[in-house]
Design a protein around this ligand. Sequence first.
Ligand code: ZN
Length: 128
Amino acid sequence: MHNHIICPKCKNSLNVERHVIFVVEKNDGSRGLVLLSSEIGDYSIRNNPSIEIEEGERLEFYCPVCHGKLSVQHHPNLVRVLMKEKSGNECEVYFSRIVGQKSTYLIKQDGKIEPFGYDSSEYFDALM
Ligand SMILES: [Zn+2]
């Protein structure tokens, strides 16, 4: 299922077809574009060849529209975006900004947390 992902800051859509587009910044300050799958639980990542992305590195994620930082203050390794459901409700999506770490959490409007990914136990308690 392909989801409609929006920026929590400017509320613009981050999807193009089946992908969600982000600007990422590496530790050395270099930036580039990455495409993630809009399907939750699909961890494929595509990047422009101008930026080399290595397993295990922690990236800073920015909205490509407003350039707002998407990392969250209360957890150094997580990024937060919003997902618009068919009903029009918005829920929160948190995912790990460490390349290769498969940790995604969907937080519904009623506060229920749905974890996805092999490494989802990693931050589950931090979100409770
Ligand atoms: Zn934005």
